[in-house]
Design a protein around this ligand. Structure first.
Ligand code: ZN
Length: 336
């Protein structure tokens, strides 16, 4: 029984995905997209396949520059306008669908995007983890990936190790890294895995199409912390970003996408106007102007954007369509 379930969970979303590649473009011919904002989040960018193959960074969601260009072309071809969060406050009437590009964490390799943004004249938000920038240290999930891959661990055990650390606060994770890999492990290996340094953040902020956002000080998964600690994480990061750029960020992206009411309360009380989650959904326009505007985001993946993009424009991911289908089936069976 377990086996059948596992197989269904694997093959049905794959089937839905393939079906969507054909059906979605047809459905989209009849969909008005002017009332929607799609927000996407990226992590690292690779210059080439060779860079990716070096295993200096966890490649899970990282893209090649060429894929980033395809991504922009795709949405421009479908009449999307790229904006930053502040633009939302000024929009009164919308006659065009909107999209937003965000980069999480603060990888130096994100500079590969700058020439492209300048060339196209479109903006992006870069959410920075300030402790890594301040101390010029590698991100803990990359350390695990790099060292374990070198030791020959399977991807499955690496993912398990990364996942299990996510329920802890940052001092525990730091200690774990030191205990398992030594203090030297925090030293970046190359331009591929390293964070920005402070001077680079200062320069980046001067770029005309760059907006800087908060991603907490320690990349803290905020649902593991109490209210005062949450505020401290947000406050410390904003203080450093203000010192480096002269501008106080008004947007924060919750690390790992985790949040609850306490996190939202703390974020609002710290004066943020925008909070970014990782719920893969459309944001309907006009957005509700509460004190804190909460925006859903799609994670970008390495599937060809001409295929994957059609799902986002419809407000789905193959997995979420399958989950919805399962819920519907269950309730149908129950009402019989
Ligand atoms: Zn992050």
């Amino acid at each position: 029984m377990q086996n059948i379930k596992e197989r269904l969970n694997k093959y049905v979303p794959e089937f839905i995905e393939k079906l969507g590649y054909f059906l979605n473009p047809l459905i989209l011919n009849f969909k008005n997209e002017n009332n929607q904002l799609l927000v996407f989040f990226f992590h690292g960018l690779f210059e080439s396949q060779r860079q990716k193959d070096l295993n200096h960074i966890d490649p899970q969601t990282n893209m090649m520059v060429i894929q980033f260009v395809d991504f922009i072309d795709y949405f421009l071809n479908h009449k999307y306008k790229f904006i930053i969060p502040e633009d939302l406050l000024a929009i009164l009437k919308n006659d065009q669908p909107l999209a937003m590009i965000t980069f999480d964490d603060g990888y130096f390799n994100n500079t590969l995007a700058i020439d492209i943004l300048n060339k196209y004249g479109i903006p992006a938000v870069f959410f920075m983890t300030t402790k890594n920038i301040k101390e010029y240290k590698s991100f803990w999930w990359d350390i695990i990936y790099k060292y374990r891959t070198k030791q020959g661990s399977s991807l499955e055990t690496i993912r398990y190790e990364q996942r299990s650390l996510k329920s802890y606060k940052h001092p525990f994770i730091d200690e774990y890294i030191v205990k398992n890999f030594g203090i030297e492990a925090f030293k970046p290996w190359s331009d591929i895995d390293r964070p920005f340094n402070e001077i680079e953040v200062n320069n980046l902020a001067k770029s005309p199409y760059v907006s800087i956002g908060n991603h907490t000080h320690n990349h803290s998964i905020l649902t593991n912390y109490n209210k005062e600690e949450i505020k401290e994480e947000l406050r410390e990061s904003n203080k450093i970003l203000f010192d480096l750029t002269g501008t106080l960020p008004t947007a924060t992206a919750f690390p790992n996408g985790n949040y609850n009411n306490l996190v939202l309360e703390a974020t609002e009380e710290e004066g943020f106007q925008f909070a970014f989650t990782t719920q893969p959904k459309i944001n309907l326009l006009p957005v509700e102007h509460g004190n804190l505007i909460c925006l859903n985001r799609y994670i970008t993946n390495t599937t060809k954007i001409t295929k994957f993009g059609s799902f986002c424009r419809l407000g789905y991911e193959p997995d979420s369509l399958y989950t919805g289908l399962k819920v519907k089936m269950k309730s149908l069976i129950r009402t019989r």
